[in-house]
Structures are given as C-alpha cells and as structure tokens.
Design a protein around this ligand. Structure first.
Ligand code: ARG
Length: 487
C-alpha cells in the first residue's frame, strides 16, 4: 500500500522547521542559528493562558530587583527604574493596552522584553533568577490569592444557606437513606448539613494556602546561584512569611523547589471535593424540584425552558454545577498524570499545569456564585413538604425507641415494629391508626400512650442532643454559624 499522504505531512512539517531566521529570540536566542518554527511557537507558547498571572509575575520581579539592590548586585537607582517600569507595564496590562506576543512564549518573557524596551537597566533583572523559580513563585502567589478568593466565595454561599435555613426552621421534610423515606428532618437541618460540607471545603483551601506560603525564588534553574543573594529578603517582600512570627519562609531544596507541583495537586483536589459537594447539593435540589417531590420552587432567573415543551422549567443551573464537578475532577487528573513519572527537576511538560489550575479556579468561583444566588431566591413549598412528612412510617424508629424505654431490648423492639408495619400494610391502615389491641398483642409492654409517638413536634423535641435536628439545636447552630461567618 502506498503511503503518499503520510509522506506529504512529513515534508510539510520539515519544511516549516527550515524557516528563514526572522528576529533573534531575545531571552535565550544566543546559541541558536535559527529561530523556532512558526509551528513550534504556536505549539510552545503559554502566554495565551499564563498572562493571567501577570500581576504576580510583576510583584515577583519588583521584589527580586529590590533584593538585588539590597545585596549590592544592582544599584538602588537601577532597581528603582525597574520597579517604576514594571508598575507602568502593569497599568498597561490592566488597561488592556499591553500587546501580548506569542513569539515571546510566556508571560515572563513578554513582560521582561516590554520592560527592557522602556528601561534598558532591565537587562539586569534576570540576574540570579530562572523562569523555573520565577514561575514556581508566581504560581504560589496565585494560589495564595486564589485560595483566599475561593474561601470568601464559600463563606458567601454558607451565609446564604444559613439564611435559607433560618427562614425555613419550621419546614419539616422526610430525610432519605437509599432514596427511601427514613426519618423526619427539617429543611433547616438539611441546609446546615450543606453548610458543614462547605466549612470543611473552606478549611481545605486554608490548608492549601498554607502549603503555598513558601518562597522558591533563589532556587534558580535547578541549583541556585553563585551570586550573593538574600532569599529571605525576597520571601519577606513577597509576603511568604509565617503569620504568627512574621519570619520569612523559603524552600529548603533548590531541585525540589523547581520540580514541585504539590500545590497544584492540592488546589485541584480541594476544587474537586468542593465540586463534588456542590454536585451532591445540586442533586438534592434537582430531586426536590421534580413534580413528584415538588418540595422547592426555583428562581426563574436560574432555570430555563424547553424549546419544544412549553410547560418545562428545567433546573439547568443545578445540572450545570453537577456537570462542572466532572470537569474539576478531570483537571485534578490532568495535574496528577502530568507529574507521574516526571524526573526531577523542571521539564517543559509542567507548562501544562496552568490551564487545569486556572480552569478549576474559574469554575469553582462561578459555581459558588450561582449557588449563592439560587439559594437566596429559592423557596420551600410548605404544603408539599408537610404532606410528605406526614407519613407516619417516618416515625417507626421512634416507636421502637418508645418500646425500648419500656424495657424491650432494641433488637426485639425493632422486630415488633416491623410486624406492626406489616400488619398496617395488610390491613391497609396507617400504622398510627392500628387498634390498641393489635399493638398490645405485638408488644405487651406498650402503654395506652403509644400513639403519641406519631407527633412530629414530639419527634423533634426529643432530638435536642448535639448534632440533632431539634428546634433548639437548629436555632443554636444557626446562631453559631452566623457568629463564625461574621467574625
Ligand atoms: N512557561 C513556562 C512554564 O510555564 C515557564 C518556565 C519555562 N522554563 C523553561 N526552562 N523553559 O512552565
């Protein structure tokens, strides 16, 4: 079989490599006779996504220049000019006037080149620094800031859910295990369960932020530098300091510092767990919103119609959030797979770490915002909830507990109630409407008051131990969360 097609492709790609020299690559072009091919530039550039960390890159460069001046490696005037130039560039970027060039590969070289054009002294900026420790530093600054943003967004959602819990304290609903009616809970208790999940997420992001708080700058490409730099000074200037003591924190091994991507993994893991939590919460809402349940009404602004079926009001925002969790898990997998089997230290593969991390950050932020707005505008259908929670079988366990209090071992009590459930099914009579004699026959220790068990008020009033859905517990939990979230 002829392979003409394959041959053609090969010729085309080798033709591109032999492109004529255009401009010398500014940062590392010295030892090359030819510039990279157009295809290689397109393939290797990262500025299309890493321009997102420009402000951290500029902060890192300013601190580095200041440290170089303090150590006498450049003059104070040079550092001053570099710093001013960097401020001007940041302004241009923020005003959308900066022209990013893909031929300059990444954010670092774009900024350095633009700076050198306005401040010739900037040719000294990259002294004792490599893009390897530079990008590691930029990303640690990014993660510290991203974690703080996510924590604030989580807290906003928690506040909205505490409000929703507060305004639905008296709404009782069936709680489900195996998607079967289990025991009565309150809508507030359910909302507060979500709040607990989110609180763990916030803590997880605090942990990630703590891990990110170590300065790799000064590690150079792999083995540091011969120049007399002060790593603690840069760390201090960039805020890589211990919160309690204000002591600067720096990485302990230059090879690990440029190869390490643990914070990426941890951040994407925290985003995945948060995504999974949101997805489970969304699934609750989606089920409650079905005509079969109809426990909740969702805001028009976050639901959509069908192009075909005029009656439809679909919970798309919640479905999208459920879907986003898959994307977040995918991003975590990207980072894990990227690092697996990668030899120390820096390898260009690692450039692929950023899109996943940026995407996870962007997606969790918008999901949290959407859920918070939905929570503000969603309401419980009290009549439907009351109808569902009136099922007396939800209190079958309470009847077993009642027998236990009258001296029946729990295993026997459980069996007795099981028999009464079967009897009520056989007689097509609700369990609380059985004859006294039916009950006394099954459980001779039962008293005349056995039917009192089937009161929701009693059921909730008897659940006032910590962590339970009793009304006083719920109130104090709401107060506790309000205090914590306002502090
Ligand atoms: N754009 C690169 C990245 O994100 C920066 C580091 C480049 N280092 C290098 N040795 N080529 O990974």
């Amino acid at each position: 079989m002829k392979k003409a097609g394959m041959k053609k492709i090969r010729q085309k790609s080798s033709g591109a490599v032999a492109a004529k020299p255009k401009k010398e690559q500014a940062s590392w072009g010295g030892r090359f006779s030819f510039p990279p091919s157009e295809l290689m530039l397109k393939f290797g550039e990262s500025v299309s996504f890493d321009s997102a960390i420009a402000k951290f890159d500029i902060a890192g460069s300013k601190a580095h220049a200041q440290m170089l001046a303090k150590c006498g490696i450049i003059t104070k005037e040079e550092a001053g000019k570099i710093s001013k130039g960097l401020d001007a560039i940041l302004k241009r970027i923020q005003d959308g006037e900066f022209k990013w060039k893909t031929e300059l590969e990444d954010v670092h070289m774009n900024i350095e080149q633009a700076l050198t054009e306005i401040v010739p002294e900037a040719a000294k900026l990259h002294t004792a620094r490599s893009r390897n420790d530079q990008v590691a530093t930029d990303m640690r600054l990014f993660f510290k800031s991203a974690c703080s943003d996510v924590i604030s967004a989580i807290k906003k959602l928690m506040r909205a859910l505490v409000d929703l819990a507060d305004s639905n304290k008296g709404v009782y609903i069936p709680g489900y295990t195996h998607m079967q009616r289990a025991q009565p809970v309150s809508a507030a208790h359910h909302m507060l369960a979500w709040v607990e999940m989110l609180a763990r997420d916030a803590e997880r992001f605090e942990f990630v932020r703590d891990g990110a708080n170590v300065c790799p700058l000064g590690s150079g490409a792999i083995a540091g530098t011969t120049l007399p730099i002060d790593r603690f000074e840069t760390a201090r200037l960039l805020g890589f300091v211990d919160e309690a003591s204000s002591d600067p924190i720096v990485t302990g091994n230059s090879m690990d510092a440029v190869a390490d991507r643990d914070t990426f993994m941890e951040f994407c893991f925290a985003c995945s767990v948060l995504g999974i939590h949101l997805s489970r919460m969304c699934e609750d809402v989606i089920i409650w919103n079905t005509s079969e349940f109809a426990f909740v009404r969702l805001p028009d602004a976050f639901t959509t119609g069908s192009s075909l079926m005029p009656q439809k009001k679909n919970p798309d925002s919640f479905e999208l959030m459920r879907g986003k969790s898959a994307r977040l898990i995918g991003n975590l997998n990207t980072i894990l797979a990227l690092c697996k089997g990668l030899p120390l230290t820096y390898n260009r593969d690692l450039q692929e770490d950023k899109p996943a991390a940026f995407d996870s950050f962007g997606q969790v932020c918008i999901c949290l915002e959407v859920f918070a707005q939905c929570a503000c505008d969603m309401s419980f259908n009290r009549a439907k909830c009351a109808e569902a929670v009136a099922d007396p079988l939800l209190l079958a366990t309470d009847l077993a507990d009642y027998f236990v209090m009258r001296g029946v071992p729990f295993r026997e009590a459980h069996h007795m109630v099981g028999r009464l459930v079967a009897l009520s099914e056989k007689k097509s009579t609700p369990i609380n409407k059985l004859e006294d004699d039916d009950v006394f026959q099954v459980c001779p220790k039962a008293g005349k008051d056995w039917r009192d068990v089937f009161s929701l008020d009693r059921a909730f009033a008897m659940r006032e131990k910590v962590g339970m859905p009793g009304p006083r517990q719920t109130k104090s939990q709401i107060r506790l969360w309000r205090d914590l979230l306002d502090s």
